[in-house]
Design a protein around this ligand. Structure first.
Ligand SMILES: Cc1cc2nc3c(=O)[nH]c(=O)nc-3n(C[C@H](O)[C@H](O)[C@H](O)COP(=O)(O)OP(=O)(O)OC[C@H]3O[C@@H](n4cnc5c(N)ncnc54)[C@H](O)[C@@H]3O)c2cc1C
Length: 314
């Protein structure tokens, strides 16, 4: 193989991709990160991160991401801002296609996150990170004593509403359907500060700097408004970003990339990490840890090692 090949090509520059880049470049491999935009991933939308271990004070998602990026590039990883539109992964030399360029390498790490659900409510995209959230476990603590709503009828939506009742003063669970997809005696539904509104859709999310109001419509078309500070959207769940893979890598029914515990996918030399995989927990610390594992697995693949080299200093 030619020396100009990358050892590791990483698609996605979020915490998963950049942790992988840091570990892979520190292991003296030739590493490329291709990222669509530093502001397109989940972390870039997080207004405040206070639960990433080691942080002495909360940082915005963008600030934390900038630290991840700096660490990776200081260890030698190259960073290219471009959208990946296709891949060729089956051969010994893997190829990644962007509009302007084709990149070639020995291994690929897929780390494109799970921001694939398109915002469908007016104002949803505008207020993401400023009152709109897709993650109660991440953001509940910011809504202590406030009024929030959860949009959805799934068990996940009901559970997340239950979690929010421990922080917010009032939690509205607003379902577009007339029935929730849980039994009537589901324990969460009897929590005192949870109020269920069935058969209503939210038509817009409005406010100034932060969310202040939502507009609702019932099935007869009657409109109303609710004043609140947070809107947690659980309508269709988030969707892993896999469009550019064109079915080459095995994904689950939920369209997340299937990996084993060493982050290996169905294709030799192709690894995956972070929210794009079938992880149960979507958090920065989990994505970063999976990125580390993917990088060490890639290193083992490149150097044909029988065992993974532990990343002890030196
Ligand atoms: C509003 C919000 C608040 C959150 N708050 C917290 C919190 O407080 N604590 C916490 O631990 N977690 C929080 N999370 C979750 C956390 O941000 C994610 O779990 C984490 O960012 C996942 O990392 P990732 O690298 O897998 O994906 P992402 O961070 O989504 O990064 C994916 C990257 O892939 C790139 N990409 C996508 N498609 C392409 C393509 N075709 N070509 C090239 N690049 C591409 C994107 O540009 C992006 O940079 C929050 C999430 C959101 C949305």
């Amino acid at each position: 193989m030619s020396d100009s090949l990358y050892d590791v090509m990483i698609i996605g520059g979020g915490p998963a991709g950049l942790s992988a880049a840091q570990y892979a470049s520190r292991a003296k491999m030739k590493v490329l990160v291709i990222d669509k935009s530093a502001t397109a991933g989940a972390l870039a939308f997080a207004s405040l991160i206070e639960n990433y271990p080691g942080l002495e004070k909360p940082l915005t998602g963008k600030e934390l991401l900038a630290i991840f990026r700096r660490q990776a590039t200081e260890f030698g990883a190259e960073y290219a801002e471009a959208q990946v539109i296709g891949v060729s992964l089956q051969g010994e030399v893997k190829e990644i296609f962007t509009m302007d360029k084709t990149y070639q390498g020995k291994t690929v790490i897929i780390a494109t996150g799970s921001m694939g659900r398109k915002a469908t409510i007016k104002g949803e995209a505008d207020f993401l990170g400023r009152g709109v959230s897709y993650c109660a476990i991440c953001d509940a603590a910011f809504y202590r004593g406030k009024t929030v709503c959860v949009l959805g009828d799934s068990e996940e939506a009901v559970k997340e509403a239950g979690l929010l009742t421990r922080f917010a003063e009032i939690v509205y669970l607003i379902s577009p359907s007339q029935r929730l997809k849980v039994d009537d005696d589901y324990p969460t539904l009897s929590i005192g500060n949870l109020k269920t509104i069935l058969g209503h859709t939210v038509t817009s999310i409005e406010g100034g700097e932060l969310v202040e109001t939502i507009r609702l419509k019932d099935i007869s078309g009657k409109e109303s408004t609710l004043e609140l500070s947070g809107v947690f959207v659980y309508l269709h769940g988030s969707k892993p970003v896999i469009d550019y893979l064109q079915g080459i890598v095995e994904v689950s029914e939920d369209e997340c990339v299937v990996t084993n515990r060493m982050m290996e996918t169905s294709i030799p030399g192709v690894f995956s990490a972070g929210d794009v995989t079938c992880t149960e927990v979507r958090q920065v610390v989990v994505a970063a840890s999976a990125g580390c594992i993917a990088a060490l697995s890639a290193e083992k693949y490149v150097f044909h090692r029988k065992r993974r080299k532990l990343d002890w200093h030196g």
